[in-house]
Design a protein around this ligand. Structure first.
Ligand code: FES
Length: 236
């Protein structure tokens, strides 16, 4: 693979031609907001936070799913792109609870960080709470899907990184949701590897006892499968 030269926000940079615009920007210290993107997952271009303007192209492009090209000129601080980011944030907060301080993910929530970066969205869309009961039935994982913003990272992680497919998108009462692909995680073939917990940017899927938290002292980690499970061979 060769390299290409492109310009982002006036900076001339060089990037491997296999990279996306988002990856090239981040590699060179240029921040573009992104949420559904994860470095170990295929892009799905769903959250629309990473939109940027490319010279010569009408409208905006999603930087997470656009490969770099020789000579392309990108603007991350374009007016139209910023308006779309604010609108995307608004859509996420339309259903996501806004009382952040009561959330167990407070201080570590990527949605909260990005909304601060994007700035005051005005919250123009009326809050419309999703009524989903928290699933506390599993001893290791907690699903509070009313916090889910449908970025799809958990679904992709389970499919792409683990090849399991224990989670899926499904329309419930006319709304798209992430649901368990069966009556329980066990029945869905979940190996409790914690990939979904690790990639969830909000507090929707969390571990109950810190078992998937690498920062914990090892003696506290129950690690029933982190070291023994073959699913962990590919843990990044
Ligand atoms: Fe590109 Fe979500 S990060 S669309």
């Amino acid at each position: 693979m060769g390299t290409v030269q492109l310009t982002i926000d006036g900076y001339k940079i060089e990037a491997d031609e296999s990279k996306t615009v988002l990856e090239a920007a981040l590699d060179n210290g240029i921040y573009i907001p992104h949420l559904c993107h994860h470095e170990n997952l295929h892009p799905n271009g769903g959250c629309r936070l990473c939109v940027v303007k490319q010279d010569g192209v009408d409208g905006v492009i999603t930087s997470c799913s656009t490969k770099v090209k020789e000579g392309m000129v990108i603007h991350t601080k374009d007016e139209q792109a910023e308006a779309i980011r604010k609108l995307s944030c608004d859509f996420m907060f339309k259903t996501h609870p806004t009382e952040c301080t009561g959330c167990p993910k407070y201080g570590k929530c990527q949605l909260a960080s990005i909304s601060q970066y994007v700035g005051d969205t005005g919250r123009d869309l009326r809050y419309c709470q999703i009524r989903v009961t928290a699933d506390e039935s599993n001893p290791l994982m907690l699903h509070e899907m009313h916090r889910c913003i449908l970025c799809g990272r958990c679904v992709r992680a389970c499919n792409e990184m683990r090849g399991v497919g224990a989670l899926k998108f499904e329309k419930v009462d006319g709304r798209m949701r992430v649901v368990i692909n069966g009556d329980s995680l066990e029945e869905a073939g979940c190996r409790f590897c914690g990939a979904c917990v690790e990639v969830c940017p909000t507090g929707s899927i969390r571990d109950k006892v810190g078992v998937f938290d690498d920062n914990l002292p090892k003696e506290r980690a129950l690690v029933p499968c982190r070291e023994a499970c073959p699913a962990h061979v590919n843990v990044p």
